[in-house]
Structures are given as C-alpha cells and as structure tokens.
Design a protein around this ligand. Sequence first.
Ligand SMILES: Nc1ncnc2c1ncn2[C@@H]1O[C@H](COP(=O)(O)OP(=O)(O)OP(=O)(O)O)[C@@H](O)[C@H]1O
Length: 600
Amino acid sequence: MPSRRRGASTMKDSKRSSSVFRSLFSYTRPHLWTFLLVFCCTLLAIAADLAQPYLVKIAIDDNIRIGKNDYHSLLMICIVYLAMSIGSFVFTYLQNNLLQFAGQSIIARIRKDLFTHISKLSMSFFDRMPSGSLITNVSSDTETLNQFFSQVLLSVVRDGLTLISIIVIMFQLDVRLTLYCLILLPIIALIAISFRSYMRKTYQNSRTALSRLIAFAAENLAGMSLIQSFHQEKEQQNRFTDRNQVYFRANLREIRTNVFFNRSFDMLSSLSVAFVAWLGGIAVFDKAIEFGVLYAFITYIRQFFQPISTITQQWNTLQSTIVSVNRIWNLFSVQPEVEDAEEPRNVELSRMRGKVDFNRIQFGYAEGSTVLHDLDLHIEPGEMIGIVGTTGAGKSSLISMLCRFYDVRKGSVTIDGIDIRELPQQRLHRLVGLVQQEPYLYSGSIVDNVRMFDETISREQVIRACKFVGADALIGRMKDGYDTQLSERGSGLSAGEKQLISFARIIVFQPKILILDEATANLDSYTEQLIQRALHVVSENRTTLVIAHRLSTVMQADRIIVMSGGRIVEQGTHSQLLEQQGYYEQLYRHSRGLVELGAG
Ligand SMILES: Nc1ncnc2c1ncn2[C@@H]1O[C@H](COP(=O)(O)OP(=O)(O)OP(=O)(O)O)[C@@H](O)[C@H]1O
C-alpha cells in the first residue's frame, strides 16, 4: 500500500520536523525577552508606518479641502507625520539590530555545540561521514538557520502584522471598497502558489550546482600537486568550466524567476490601484466617500502587496531552513559509540607503569567481518615493540584498539591491569601518545602546535622539549623562531620537520605509552637519522609500539611482532626471528631485495 506508507512517512516526517523545531526553540529560550522587545518594536514600527497615509487623509479631508485655512492644525499634522517617519526609522533599526543579535547569538551557540558534539564522536562515525559534508553542516547549514531568524521570522511577524493591520484599516476606511479589493485575494494566492513551487525548484537547482562547484574546487585545490604532476590542468579547467556554466545558468534562471515574480506583483499592485482609482473615483464623484479616504486607500493598497511578496519569497528560505535544521539535528542525535563508563576509574597518571595487555581481542569495522582474530599480546612497562606485517595485516587496527578509537568486540585491552573501557577517555589519551605517519599540524605558532593550544604548558617547557628531541636548531632557522606561524596542516614544513615537532609534543605531554605509526617512512637518510635519534630519546622509559614497513626502523626493538591476516604469526627479537626462518625472515629478505615476497 504505497499511499498508506507515504502517509505514514509524511506523518513521521512532520512529527520529526516539529520535534526538531522544538529543540531549535530550546536555543531561543534565553533570548525570549529580546524577542519580546523585537515584537514590540515591530508593532510600533508598523503603527508608525501605517499612520502616515492616515495622517495625510486627515490633512486632506479635515484641513486642506474644507478651506478652513487652519495653518496650526496642518502644521501639527505635518509634525506628527515627521515624528512617525522618525519613529518608524528608530523602531525598525532597533528591531533589526535586536533580532540580528539574538539570531547570531543562537547560531554561535549552535555552531559551538555542534563542533563540541562532533569532536566527541567516535572514529566509526568519521569513517562513515565525509568531512566535506561535516564542513557544510558546521558552516552553511548554521548560516541558513541564521537566515531563518533574520529573514523568515522577521517577515512572518512584520509582514503578517502589516497585512492584517492594512486590512483592518481599509475596512475602517470603507467596507465596500475593501470587499472589492479582497476579490483580488484568490488571484494573488494563485500567483503566489504557482510561483512558490517554481521558485523553489530554481533555488534548489542553483544551490545544488553551487555545492557541486565548491566540492570540485575544494577537491582540486587539495590535490593540486597530483594534477600538476600528471599535467591534468587543462582537463580539470574544462571540467571546472562545465560546472561553472551549469551554476551560471541555474543562477540566472533563479534571478529571472525572482524578477518575474516581483514584477508580476508590482503589476498586480498597479492594476488594483487602477481598479480602486476607478471605483473610488466614482464614489468620490457620488460623494459616497471623501477624497482623503481615496488617497489613503490607494496608498494602503500599494503597501498591501509588499508583505505578500516578501512572505512568499521567504517560503524558499523556510524550506532550506527545514532541510538544514534536520541535517544539524541528525548530527546532534548521533551518539558516540565509544563512551566513558558510568563510573570511570580515576587513576593517578604519574603512578601508571605502562604495562599493556591485549587479552584475546577480536575486532571488525563492519558487522560480519573480522579484522583482528583472537589476538593475544602482553607488553611489559618500558618495552619497545616493533609491529610489522604487509598491508592490511591489521597493524593500525591493533593500535586503534589501544587508543580506544573503537571498542573491541571480544576480549579486553588493559593498561596496568585496568580495562581501558573503565578509564575516562581524556585520561587514556594523556596516557597513550600517538605520532602518526603524517603528523597533523594546525594553523598557529610552533609553540601552540607543540603544546596543542594547552595554555597550562609554558613556553619554556615547549622550548625544552624541542631541544630534547633535536628540533631546536631547525626552529631557530625559521623566520620568527618559536613564534613562526604555520599555515593549515603545517604546509611549508618538510615531513621530517613535522615529525620532529610531533616528537616534541610527546615530550611535553609525557605519555606513559607511545605509539609511532610509520613515523620514519618517506624520509631522507639524514632526516631519518635525526628522527631515529629523537625516537630513541622519546622512547626512553616509555612503553613504545612502533609500526614500520621498513624493518630497519624496528630492528633494535626489544621484541618484534609479525602480523598477518589480523593475527600475530611470529614474535621475538630481530635475530631470533631470522633464526626461525619464517615469515619475518621472508619479509626481511624481501626488504633487502633478495627474494620476492611469497615466492617459494
Ligand atoms: N576505517 C576502516 N573501515 C573499514 N575497514 C577498515 C578500516 N580501516 C582498515 N580497514 C580494513 O581492516 C583491515 C586491516 O587494516 P589496517 O589498516 O589495520 O592494516 P595495516 O596493517 O595497518 O595496513 P597498512 O600497513 O597498509 O596501514 C584491512 O582489510 C582494511 O581494509
């Protein structure tokens, strides 16, 4: 029964939308007084606006036409008219500013909460969610919400009230003429409704074309080095031009539709003025109404179309607000898969020794697939473990278990006998330090990058750490030394330089357990020596796990773990493993170019 199903899903959608909007309004609660003030300002601004034609009507009918030559009253009316204009200006100014203040404060709060929420989510979430889409959530979706407060809400209140007030005043001026004018209402509604859906389509088309264009540009900028090295500039320019053209055309169509809609309303407005002038003119000839009434009527009928046109146009913004709010609340409703225990164990970090045990763990990223099989590994405090294995063997997955980026499916990971699920994650991450293959540097100074923006760590501590790992000389050569500002992702620094800075981070944060993921891959031999020395320094008195493709990196390790297909297949020192003449020995010989892996 498709129709019944559609009905049910529509009900579900509308229930969801209403609950989403309820959550949105919970953000508005602290600003209720501001909104009340905005409402009062709006009322006063509308009153001041609408009083003006009425004042002219009084001037015409009660002063000018009768020929009383009552200069005093006329002057008073002019002064009140002027006061109304100033009042309208002041109240509209206040209304706009207050509303913008409340709207921007709400959006800033939502943006902050959203960022905080996202940063607490588990790695499995980031595996599923492309970062481009998250950027859209944090930036443009919240901006659309802002439009809701600054445009839609304002329009509904201001234009809705204006419309009602105009109708009331028109009825008060002349019932018959008002009723004639209201005949136009169905025509207006028909035009508004038919334009509304067309405008929505053109709006959506142009938004889609724009986001495709942005996504394409972002992807290309990120991969520019690859494009240039493959001489693909021309091809990419052509592809960009195609997308640019699509957006250009979609945008023009949207603008054309808007202009056509606005002009149609203007025409309708002129038509109704002609209509009122004709009917009202006859009524004035017949002395059924006064001339001033006709003047006020014509002015009001002109003002009548403006709010309808604005409200109709806000419909699009309201639609995109609903989409954005839904997207934002979808994100808010995602719960982290890895969570702190209800009553986490509070351990003294300085007392931890760094004994690590993987107790028969099993893990897989997706249901039905297993990446780590019943893996058992016990590491003594201060021991240096090298982890080797071919691509996809499960090395990084094993490390992710210790960092608790994911939770094990079976078994447990313990540090000094404590299950890491019982530790607060914040403590765990102070206990376990990770240096990735491509260390991530943020835009900011070197000092801030080393202390990860933690102001409790002093500049002196940072400098000491950099000296300790041998990064001091390199930083000294930079333009502003430790205050050198790094750009996004630390571009401008070599891989080795980034690596040294990330080692300094480790020294500053003093984790008891250190993980190095391919830290010395892709380095020239001089930098590698530098890094090896730094590695030696930082791993002292720390339990260290080093993942390496190049066996030379881990030959000095206390123990080498050889992984294959998510299992530990061999372990021992370099010489013990060579003696065994097993898988490690094959890897070793392969790495020295003696045999092909798997041959024989
Ligand atoms: N985020 C993920 N989502 C789904 N599957 C993943 C994810 N990360 C890794 N895998 C899969 O898990 C298996 C083990 O991958 P893992 O990255 O742990 O291997 P690795 O030994 O570290 O490999 P490499 O040396 O290439 O980094 C692979 O089959 C891989 O495709």
